[in-house]
Design a protein around this ligand. Structure first.
Ligand code: ATP
Length: 438
């Protein structure tokens, strides 16, 4: 058996000291208590793939909650726990989180597919995971610190870049794994293995996706839509028939495909700018996936995803704001002044503005939107309500109107600097006062 690989040196070379320190401390503690401790899952996968991952998942073959409490004490952190699931998280002073789970044979239902030989708690824990690439463990007890525990051919699959389930009933046990398979496949540019692909197709034939709650579906969908390779993932979900299984109205057509491809470009451009506030990327993609659906049909989609009333209202508003603004901006014949761009786009949530940018084919409009996002939207004026008060105006809704007029004038470059803004306000107040008296 080639279970004997030790990756201690790889870990020492690739991990920040602070993570190594946690692993070594936890390993020593395990040894003292007389139990076995492992770091498992995505963390190990990413060490081997040389990707950064700070999510430490520990599995101990003793009471995980007791272990977490002890570790927290030793490292000046605090422990929070779930008695019911026998899991805990240790939060260290620098904010680093360490998840601790318990692997004990008596907690597991014996899976029919596993032969009785060679049973250990860690093996059982790993067997319950989604894919071989996520089913690696590294022993952290001092005598064997760094020893890789690979029961299911994980290293081979990492090398062959294959996403493979651990057993034939995996998707029946948990159909969300279908979406997870696509997510990892596209993230790492791996391929879903042949057998695993047939198991996915079977699961879809059995309508297993139908049995998933809206909550779990949205959760997995959001994870996909927040990854880097969103467009290829959505295409893959479509090709496999997952989108259709979620809802027949979600299958891709050429208009959606085009917009989603463009959205990926627009969103990656936008994310490079590091502007505030951060946007909910998934919402923008979700708009693209639902493009062309009427308001009534959208209700069916919201139903399938079990959106709350407030989420529904949010999307209804988002879609209406887009409809209104896109209509206005597309109808423009002559050049737009900055203030006009601002007035059209300002009422639209940023997710919607980016969607309009991706949907339009007109370069001039893309430019306007870019100008709005990177400058117009962020421009601040130098006057405020305090200045209006000082000018003797009694606080009223007129304040907001005057400040907005100032802003629009500034955007168009008609006035510059605080002095001109004050003069502008004085003029406007004069114009407005006589009107009030008549
Ligand atoms: P990411 O890099 O996206 O955080 P991850 O591999 O850490 O990926 P998580 O969703 O954080 O994924 O899950 C942690 C571990 O728990 C996974 O590595 C996997 O072994 C296991 N896991 C998570 N979800 C499932 C599931 N639905 N079925 C089986 N195992 C799962």
């Amino acid at each position: 058996k080639k279970q004997e690989r030790n990756i201690r040196n790889i870990m020492r070379n690739r991990l920040p000291n602070q993570l190594l320190d946690i692993l070594e401390t936890a390993g020593k503690m395990a040894e003292e208590i007389g139990t076995e401790a492992y770091v498992v899952g995505g963390f190990v996968r990413d060490v081997l793939l040389t990707k950064t991952n700070f999510d430490l998942d520990l599995v101990v073959e003793s009471d995980g909650i007791e272990f977490a409490k002890k570790l927290a004490k030793k490292m000046d952190g605090r422990a929070k726990y779930h008695r019911k699931f026998k899991t805990a998280v240790v939060i260290l002073p620098d904010g680093q989180r360490v998840d601790v789970a318990t692997a004990r044979l008596e907690y597991y239902e014996y899976p029919a597919a596993l032969p009785t030989v060679e049973l250990s708690s860690i093996k059982m824990d790993l067997y319950r995971r989604d894919f071989t690439v996520n089913a690696l463990a590294v022993h952290i007890n001092p005598p064997s610190f760094g020893k890789l525990v690979d029961f299911f051919g994980s290293q081979r699959d990492l090398k062959d870049r294959t996403i493979r389930v651990l057993h034939a009933l995996s998707f029946v046990e948990d159909p969300t794994r279908i979406m997870r398979a696509v997510r990892f496949e596209q993230r790492f540019n791996f391929r879903i293995g042949g057998q695993t692909l047939s198991l996915i197709k079977n699961a879809l034939k059995l309508n297993l996706i139908n049995k998933l709650s809206g909550y779990r579906l949205v959760h997995e969908l959001k994870l996909i839509l927040n990854e880097k390779a969103v467009f290829s993932s959505i295409k893959r979900l479509n090709e496999l028939g997952v989108l259709e299984a979620v809802h027949p109205m979600l299958t891709l057509n050429s208009a959606r495909t085009q917009v989603l491809a463009e959205l990926e470009k627009v969103l990656s451009w936008y994310s490079m700018l590091y502007l505030e506030p951060p946007i909910a990327v998934w919402k923008t993609y979700f708009l693209g996936m639902c493009m062309g659906l009427s308001k009534a049909k959208m209700e069916q989609i919201y139903d399938r995803f079990n959106f709350s009333q407030s989420e529904r209202r949010e999307f209804v508003h988002l879609r209406e704001a887009i409809f209104w603004a896109a209509g206005n901006i597309m109808n423009i014949k002559q050049d737009l002044k900055p203030s006009e761009i601002y007035e059209i786009l300002h009422p639209v949530p940023l997710e919607g503005v980016l969607f309009i940018m991706a949907r339009t084919k007109r370069e001039a409009i893309k430019k306007y939107i870019s100008q709005y996002l990177t400058s117009l939207r962020l421009m601040k004026i130098d006057v405020s309500g305090d200045d209006l008060k000082e000018l003797g105006l009694i606080p009223s809704p007129q304040y907001a109107k005057l400040l907005k007029q100032t802003k629009l004038a500034c955007l168009d470059g008609i006035i510059k600097g605080k002095n001109e803004q004050i003069d502008f306000l004085k003029r406007k107040i004069k114009e407005f006062k006589p009107q009030r008296q008549t």
